[in-house]
Design a protein around this ligand. Structure first.
Ligand code: HEC
Length: 183
């Protein structure tokens, strides 16, 4: 074999390799694997309990839930008090408490919206109207910014519907006379 023939053979081999790669690439494009549309199992929800998730956390995902009246029947005050640790950097709950970053929440259930004495509410909340009944609190706590446009409550919300009911059950006890349970 002279140098010329070696070059020819090398050229042929290279050509075949290039062709093989091309075919591989092309067929890969033809039978590209389908991406999984949905994970095969539900990921655990770690937004509940005492994991914090307070100010600045990602917006809470809405969750399909039973009506609040139904969830209240099984709500747990002690769990709600534990969950309310998420609120204590801004809110106080007891009768002798005072406004902080957020208004005093003693007696907030059924109270008029934006009515804590001497608290400077956002325009959105003071103009909202109505009382903090069970459904209103539930909706607000799920996603404060969606419920009150321009709210100054820097809190992402509580994604878990049962956890919101627990918190509301706790809020209910923080009053001179707890409001009647919802029907
Ligand atoms: C980072 C501070 C912060 C955190 C955390 C926070 N809040 Fe608030 N909250 C506020 C502020 C500020 C307002 C007033 C909002 C406005 O005027 O728009 C408010 C308003 C409210 C109101 C309306 C009260 C009224 O008098 O109308 C309720 C109810 C409430 N918060 C409940 C909660 C609960 C329950 C939690 C915990 C799960 C919580 N908040 C966590 C700051 C906070």
């Amino acid at each position: 074999m002279d140098a010329n023939e070696v070059n020819k053979v090398a050229g042929a081999v290279l050509g075949m390799l290039t062709l093989a790669m091309g075919i591989g690439f092309f067929s890969g494009a033809l039978v590209s694997p389908k991406p999984l549309v949905k994970a095969g199992y539900e990921l655990p929800d770690n937004t509940g309990g005492d994991h914090g998730g307070g100010a600045g956390a990602a917006p809470a995902a809405a969750e399909k839930a039973e009506p609040i009246a139904k969830r209240m029947a099984t709500a747990d005050v002690a769990k709600g008090e534990a969950s309310a640790k998420k609120c204590v950097s801004c809110h106080q709950f007891t009768k002798d408490g005072k406004n902080g970053t957020g208004p005093l929440l003693y007696g907030v259930l059924m109270r008029a919206k934006g009515a804590a004495p001497a608290f400077k509410y956002s325009a959105g909340l003071s103009g909202k109207g109505g009382n903090w009944d069970y459904a209103a609190l539930d909706e607000f706590l799920a996603n404060p910014k969606a419920y009150v446009a321009g709210t100054t409550m820097g809190f992402a919300g509580v994604a878990r519907a049962d956890e919101r009911a627990n918190i509301i059950a706790y809020l209910r006890t923080m009053a001179d006379t707890p409001a009647p349970m919802p029907q």
